[in-house]
Design a protein around this ligand. Sequence first.
Ligand SMILES: NC(=O)C1=CN([C@@H]2O[C@H](COP(=O)(O)OP(=O)(O)OC[C@H]3O[C@@H](n4cnc5c(N)ncnc54)[C@H](OP(=O)(O)O)[C@@H]3O)[C@@H](O)[C@H]2O)[C@H](O)CC1
Ligand SMILES: [K+]
Length: 237
Amino acid sequence: MAALRTLGPKAAAALDEELMSTGAYSIDQLMELAGLAVSQAMFALSPPQKTPKILVACGPGNNGGDGLVAARHLYHFGYQPTMYFPKQTKNELYQRLRTQLEHLKVPFTDDFIGAAGKSDYIIDAIFGFSFSGEVREPFPAVIRALAEGEVPVLAVDAPSSWNIEDGPPKDGPGKGYNPHALVSMTAPKPLVKWFKGRHFVGGRFVSQEIAEKYGFDVPPYQGSDQVVEIGSHGERL
Ligand SMILES: NC(=O)C1=CN([C@@H]2O[C@H](COP(=O)(O)OP(=O)(O)OC[C@H]3O[C@@H](n4cnc5c(N)ncnc54)[C@H](OP(=O)(O)O)[C@@H]3O)[C@@H](O)[C@H]2O)[C@H](O)CC1
Ligand SMILES: [K+]
């Protein structure tokens, strides 16, 4: 079966822009749908009875926002999330997402490595399609720990530190990082060519017309699922 078509970083950013302008979506809505999809991918990988303790690492951009939303849904699914969110922007949306978690008494930690050692699963919501260049502080040690750690990782949209077009870094903290699972938001990015783990697509709200305009495929979602599992490189299963 042919692989789903991929969406490069420029097209992915343009799609988000269109969804938020002529598409009439707000960023809050897109992030809520993305975070819900992440939480459903986590549930499909391993239910809370098996892996209750989830460490959610959030970066400063919208990839991190997806992680904040996912953690709230995971809490309601019965998991015990812990947040690592070292670089919070002043943006009001992120403050609200954080407050919602604080009301649920979801803990925030500054000690990623200590928390990782006590976790059953890690969600990597550090960088998505706007990552570029060398990993800057405070993230190199975190990315190194993801690359070298034993705890399985679910990456949101991209394994953080991977180049969106060219895949895994040849050196630096992300060298050798190949997470256990990936959930691509809306469509796989070109980096999936190098990905080896379990792979889901989420974002069940985009019309066929928009998918055609941007040159990607709407995957075969089932029932009321917000995610569908596909092959590592985007093949239909
Ligand atoms: N429909 C959808 O598919 C949706 C997907 N969403 C998610 O949004 C991300 C893309 O979000 P964006 O805000 O554009 O960017 P990122 O989160 O990927 O990253 C931006 C921040 O990362 C920092 N950054 C970038 N490069 C580096 C680096 N080399 N070292 C350290 N930090 C880096 C950058 O920080 P600054 O310090 O420079 O400000 C940015 O702040 C997409 O992947 C999806 O997960 C949305 O939820 C909407 C719907
Ligand atoms: K990520």
